[in-house]
Design a protein. Sequence first.
Length: 160
Amino acid sequence: MLAFIITLILIWLAMWAFFKFMYPKPPKEFMPKKGDVITPRECDFCGYPLAEYRGVMEAKPETLLMATDQQRKNELTSEIAALEQQIATYEKQASDKAYQKQLTRQQKKQAQSAYDDHQKQLFEKKQALKKVTTWFFCNYEHQADFHARNAEQITPTIVK
């Protein structure tokens, strides 16, 4: 029985060492930091979904935005401004102690859930605005290839 237990312990140690060697921890630079956006976004070159903090973002030039993109951008900025105003109003009321004493527990819960909903909507609107106004790439090579491909499409061919 003792030999069986020792054999199990040796197997466990061998497997532990194997997995430690085969699957080491990634460097801390690869992990998201506070404030990083970890929602997946598709590369504009290859279509591969990647967390936003891992990729390369580039602002689109205003001249390349189509009329529909300009209209969507204006709509999103106005919606973002309205949401930020609502959030600022809630935060102002939350810091007012006299106002807080007047509210019941259920009203406070409802106000907090509305505040959380507004925060979520604000984040989603900002993400949608980023998608309209920026390009996203997996890496710098995809960024360069994307611009090279666009330059080839724009450059007229010379016929002799």
